[in-house]
Design a protein around this ligand. Structure first.
Ligand SMILES: [Zn+2]
Length: 441
């Protein structure tokens, strides 16, 4: 970025920060993040605002209602309309704050798929199995790898008169393109692929009340790896390679999965992959956004923001959901347990990705233990202090994070299984740059 452009961003920030940082320092930091670390200007500004307390910036939620089919739901919608058939309905009472509450749950289905739903204010709602309904202003969450449709006090449910919804068995197309595993993306439909079975296990599951056996594991070639599920016994063995014709791709939140269904042909082959590297694949954020997600990916970038929900949080002891004011949305009043986490935004210059870091890594990277966080929150009478302390320590640091990447409306999100801070110390770098400039004057 040239000086003139940089100057524009500088002027914008300077106004907002209103003397909280010296001009030279602000210019230095902007320059470092944009030109050295290749962070986008927006991300750099967001990070600097955050660091120097001119926040109020990073809300990218919009409240526009959308109408969506079930398959289009990502698990992050905050205001969505859904017209679907109630495939299964269950009404029950739970106790919240000592008073009874009626909850209706079940399964909704349309032409594109099915999803569980919950109506949290079910007192005056009548829902019949087989009926078609419009769920207005619903929101969605992701739970146990499935999108859940929720209707809170803001939403309502109406009978969709005269609308017919067919809920078919899954539909598949029959053209099967031959692909490398690393090229497989969500929405691909049917594929033909050659891969080596890296692991396989037999599991017994229940599908629509029927006991089934599924053989699932990881298949890989020299371009990547993918989870597979085989619905028939092909006698798959670890270490052997197979040529699979007409498998179909289903994605769960952006992570493509290979399904070997009834229409699939499997034959044993010799492959030419050589040694397959099963460690993480290094990617740019742009690559990940284009693929939608994937297994064991790694990115290196700058932490430009800490999302809400970071720091000291409380979880339901029964279901592990995070709870507010001691009340779990599913279990009512509970005695919550504390936890620590970070929801980072990592920017590598090609794009930004969210990354959720668990307690162990949060403690290790920040040096703030859960016990210390609890003590701090208690001493200050405010748990939010913990996220603020963490932000000071982590924002604008360079990190390498690895894990599985899912996709939602905010873009890709990594469930971090390993993270390290890069040796580069941003403050020291800025200092160095600053003294070089000084020396040149
Ligand atoms: Zn719970």
């Amino acid at each position: 970025m040239n000086d003139e452009e940089l100057r524009l961003h500088f002027e914008e920030l300077k106004k907002e920060l209103n003397g909280k940082i010296e001009d030279a320092q602000l210019m230095k930091e902007l320059n470092t993040y944009i030109n050295e670390y290749r962070v986008t200007a927006e991300a750099a500004k967001r990070g600097i605002r955050r660091k120097y307390g001119a926040d109020g910036s990073s809300s990218f939620l919009t409240a526009d209602t959308l109408s969506k089919k079930i398959e289009e739901l990502k698990g992050t919608e905050i205001n969505v309309d859904i017209t679907a058939k109630a495939v299964y309905v269950d009404k029950k009472q739970i106790t919240v704050r000592g008073s009874p509450k009626t909850i209706i749950s079940g399964i909704l289905g349309d032409e594109t798929g099915t999803a569980p739903f919950t109506i949290w204010e079910g007192e005056n709602v009548d829902l019949e199995k087989g009926g078609v309904y419009l769920f207005k202003s619903a929101y969605t969450k992701l739970w146990n790898e499935r999108v859940q449709i929720n209707l809170g006090s803001r939403g309502r449910v109406e009978k969709a008169e005269g609308i017919r919804v067919d809920v078919p068995e899954r539909t598949i197309t029959l053209e099967a393109e031959e692909v490398k595993i690393g090229e497989i993306k969500e929405g691909m439909g049917n594929v033909t692929v050659t891969g080596r079975i890296m692991s396989v296990e037999k599991r017994n599951i229940t599908v629509k009340g029927e006991a089934k056996t599924v053989y699932s594991g990881i298949m890989a070639d020299d371009s990547g790896k993918i989870q597979f599920s085989a619905w028939n016994d092909h006698g798959l063995k670890e270490g052997e390679s197979i040529f699979v014709k007409n498998a179909y791709i289903r994605a769960w939140r952006g992570i493509p999965q290979l399904n070997l269904g009834d229409k699939c042909e499997v034959s044993r082959v010799d492959d030419s992959f050589g040694e397959i590297d099963m460690t993480v694949s290094k990617k740019t954020v742009a690559d990940i956004i284009s693929a939608g997600g994937g297994l064991d990916l790694s990115v290196t970038g700058t932490v430009v923001d800490l999302r809400a929900g970071s720091g000291l949080i409380w979880r339901c002891p029964e279901c592990n959901r995070s709870v507010l004011n001691g009340e779990c949305t599913a279990h009512g009043r509970v005695e919550p347990v504390t936890d620590l986490r970070m929801k980072l935004i990592i920017d590598d210059g090609t794009g930004a990705i969210s990354a959720v870091v668990n307690r162990q890594d949060t403690e290790r990277l920040t040096g703030i233990t859960l016990a210390a966080a609890e003590g701090l929150a208690k001493a200050r009478g405010n748990p939010e202090i913990v996220a603020r302390e963490i932000a000071e320590l982590i924002i604008m640091r360079r990190v390498t994070a690895a894990g599985n990447v899912l996709s939602d409306d905010f873009g890709p999100m990594m469930i971090v299984s390993g993270v390290e801070i890069e040796a580069v110390d941003v403050a020291a770098e800025a200092e160095k740059l600053y003294s070089e400039v000084e020396a040149a004057l």
